[in-house]
Design a protein around this ligand. Structure first.
Ligand code: HEM
Ligand code: NAG
Ligand code: NAG
Length: 493
C-alpha cells in the first residue's frame, strides 16, 4: 500500500489545479477506505459512459480513478514521465492528474493550435488557492476583452524602451548582493529568490522606491506561503494566514495608489502603466484591479527568474570552458566601461551574444515550466480526436524542448545550438500566444546584469555531489544548489 506523506501532498498541489471537490475525493482514498474506493470506481465508470463511443478520445491511460497518474508524474523524473508516454501513445495522449482528465500535447503544431490559433477554445486554469491569493482580477485568469486591455498595459511597462533606464538600479541590487556571498556557502536558489524579488519590486513600482516597500515585502512573504495550500479558510491553516496577509496588502497598495493619484504622479513600473490607463476614461481601472495585477506580476516574476538563475550557476559550474568563455566576453565589456569611465548600460547588454545563448540554452534544458494548463471551454475536435468540455489540455514545453528532432543530443548543454534560430514553435520558454510572458525582456536583462559581475569577479564550487531535482516550486537542483563563492584569482599575463 502506498504511504502518502504530507510533503507528498504538498508536492501534488504545487502547480496543479485542484478543486475543493477533488480534495474531498482524494482524501478518503488516502486513508484507504475500501468502501469509498468502490464508490469512486462507480463514479468513474458513470463519468466514462458520458463520453459517446463513436467519438475518439486520444490514446493513453487514465490510471487509478481520481488519483490518476499524479503520483507517477511527481515521483518519476519529469523527462521520462512524458517521454515514456509519448513513445507509447504518440504526441497527443490522455492521462489523469489530480482528479482532472487531461490531454497532453507534445508536438509544436498542436501546441500552437491550443495556445495561439484556437486560443479562445482553451482557457487558462489555475488552482483556486492561487486565484484567491493573487486576486481574481489579475490577467492570468482572464480571456477576451478584459485580458487584452490589461495585457497591453503590462506589455507597455516591460518594453525595451521602458526598461532600458533600469539597468543601473538592477546593477545596484547586484552589487548589494554579491559581496555578501564572498567566502561563504550560499543556498543559490534562496539567494536568487531574494535578488529576483528586489528586481521584481522595481518592475512593479518603478525606480523611485516608496516608503511602503518594506511593508509590502514582509506582507508578500506571508502571502506566498499560502500559494500551494488547500483553499480552506479555517483559522490556523496556512491559507488563512496568507489570506490575512493579502487583506493587509490590499490596504498598503490602496494607500500607495491613492497617494500617486492624489499627487498626480503616475510613477514608473507596472503600477505607473496601470495608473496611466485613466488617460482614456473608458479604460480606468479600479484599485482592486490594479492591486491584483501588481501582486500577479510580483508572483510571476521572481520564483521563475530565480529558478533559471540557479540552473545557470549550475551549468556554468559544470562546464568550465564555457564559464571561461563567458568571462572573456564579459571582461571585454568591462574594459570598455573602464576606458570610457562609465557604467554598464542597456546597449552593453545587447552585446553579450555568448552569455545570451547560455541563458537560452538554460531555458531550454531546464524548462522550468514543464507545461502549462488550459481547459477546453466546449467539446473540441482536435487533430482527429475528440476533447470533451472541461478536460484540461497541457502543452508540454519540456518534451518539445527535449525532442531530438528539433534539438539534436537534447540532454547536452550546448549554447552554440542557438547560433541558428530554433525552428518556429519549438522553443517556448516564455509560452506562446495571447498569454505568453510579457516579462521575458526584464527577466533576460536581470540575468545578464548579474552574470556580468558574477563571472568577472567570482568563482563557485558546488557543495556535495548529489545530482537530482527538487521542486521549489519549479524544478531546481537538489537542496537549492549550495555553493562556496570565492573571489576570482585574476591571472596576469
Ligand atoms: C525566466 C523567467 C520567466 C519565465 C521562464 C517565464 C515564463 C512564463 C510563461 C511560460 C508564461 C505563460 C504561461 C501560460 O501560457 O500559461 C508566463 C506568463 C506571464 N509572465 Fe512570465 N516568465 C518569467 C519571468 C517573468 C517576469 C520577470 C515577469 C514580470 C516582470 C513575468 C510576468 C508574466 C505575466 C504577467 C504572465 C501572464 C501573462 C498572461 O496571462 O497574459 N514573467 N511567463
Ligand atoms: C575572501 O578570501 C580571500 C582569499 O582568502 C581574501 O583575499 C578576501 O579578502 C576575503 N574576503 C572577505 C570579504 O572576507
Ligand atoms: C481587496 O479590496 C477589494 C476592494 O477594492 C475587495 O473587493 C477585495 O475582496 C479585497 N481583497 C481581500 C483579499 O480582502
Amino acid at each position: 500500500m502506498l504511504v502518502f506523506s504530507s510533503a507528498t501532498m504538498q508536492l501534488l498541489f504545487l502547480s496543479l489545479p485542484a478543486s475543493p471537490q477533488v480534495l474531498f475525493l482524494i482524501t478518503p482514498v488516502l486513508f484507504s477506505s475500501f468502501f469509498l474506493l468502490l464508490v469512486l470506481l462507480l463514479l468513474l465508470s458513470i463519468h466514462q459512459w458520458q463520453h459517446p463511443k463513436d467519438k475518439r478520445l486520444p490514446p493513453g491511460s487514465l490510471g487509478w480513478p481520481y488519483i490518476g497518474e499524479t503520483l507517477k508524474l511527481y515521483t518519476e523524473n519529469p523527462n521520462s514521465f512524458f517521454a515514456n508516454r509519448q513513445q507509447r501513445y504518440g504526441d497527443i495522449f490522455k492521462t489523469h492528474i489530480l482528479g482532472c482528465p487531461c490531454v497532453m500535447i507534445s508536438n509544436p503544431e498542436a501546441a500552437r493550435t491550443v495556445l495561439v490559433t484556437q486560443a479562445q477554445l482553451f482557457k487558462p486554469t489555475y488552482p483556486p488557492s492561487k486565484e484567491k491569493l493573487i486576486g481574481p482580477e489579475a490577467l492570468f485568469f482572464h480571456q477576451g476583452a478584459y485580458h487584452s486591455r490589461l495585457k497591453k498595459l503590462v506589455q507597455a511597462a516591460f518594453l525595451p524602451s521602458a526598461i532600458r533606464g533600469s539597468v543601473s538600479e538592477i546593477e545596484q541590487i547586484v552589487l548589494k548582493f554579491l559581496p555578501t556571498w564572498e567566502n561563504t556557502t550560499i543556498n543559490t536558489l534562496q539567494e536568487m529568490k531574494r535578488f529576483a524579488f528586489d528586481v521584481a519590486m522595481i518592475s512593479a513600482f518603478g525606480h523611485k522606491q516608496d516608503l511602503e516597500m518594506t511593508e509590502i515585502k514582509q506582507r508578500y512573504q506571508c502571502l506566498e506561503k499560502g500559494y500551494n495550500s488547500m483553499p480552506f479558510d479555517l483559522p490556523g491553516t496556512s491559507f488563512h494566514k496568507a489570506m490575512k496577509a493579502r487583506k493587509l496588502l490590499n490596504g498598503t497598495l490602496r494607500r500607495l495608489i491613492q497617494d500617486r493619484r492624489d499627487n498626480k504622479k503616475q510613477g514608473g513600473g507596472l503600477l505607473g502603466s496601470l495608473l496611466g490607463a485613466k488617460n482614456q476614461k473608458v479604460d480606468q481601472l479600479s484599485d482592486s484591479q490594479i492591486a491584483d495585477n501588481v501582486i500577479g506580476v510580483i508572483f510571476a516574476a521572481h520564483d521563475t527568474t530565480a529558478s533559471v538563475l540557479t540552473w545557470v550557476v549550475k551549468y556554468l559550474h559544470d562546464n568550465g570552458d564555457l564559464l571561461e568563455a563567458v568571462t572573456r566576453e564579459q571582461e571585454g565589456i568591462q574594459r570598455k566601461i573602464i576606458e570610457a569611465n562609465r557604467k554598464l548600460t542597456w546597449d552593453d547588454t545587447r552585446h553579450m551574444p555568448l552569455t545570451t545563448r547560455v541563458i537560452q540554452e538554460t531555458l531550454r534544458t531546464a524548462s522550468i515550466l514543464s507545461f502549462t494548463f488550459r481547459e477546453a471551454v466546449q467539446d473540441v475536435e482536435f487533430d482527429g480526436y475528440y476533447i470533451p468540455k472541461g478536460w484540461k489540455v497541457l502543452p508540454l514545453f519540456r518534451t518539445i524542448h527535449h525532442c531530438a528532432d528539433f534539438f539534436p543530443q537534447p540532454e547536452k548543454f550546448d549554447p552554440s545550438r542557438f547560433q541558428v534560430p530554433p525552428r518556429p514553435n519549438t522553443f517556448m520558454p516564455f509560452g506562446s500566444g495571447v498569454h505568453s510572458c510579457p516579462g521575458s525582456e526584464p527577466a533576460k536583462l536581470e540575468m545578464l546584469v548579474l552574470l556580468h559581475h558574477l563571472t568577472t569577479r567570482y568563482r563557485w564550487q558546488v557543495v556535495g555531489d548529489e545530482d537530482g531535482i527538487q521542486y521549489g516550486p519549479f524544478p531546481v537542483p537538489k537542496r537549492g544548489l549550495p555553493v562556496n563563492v570565492t573571489p576570482r584569482k585574476i591571472k596576469r599575463a
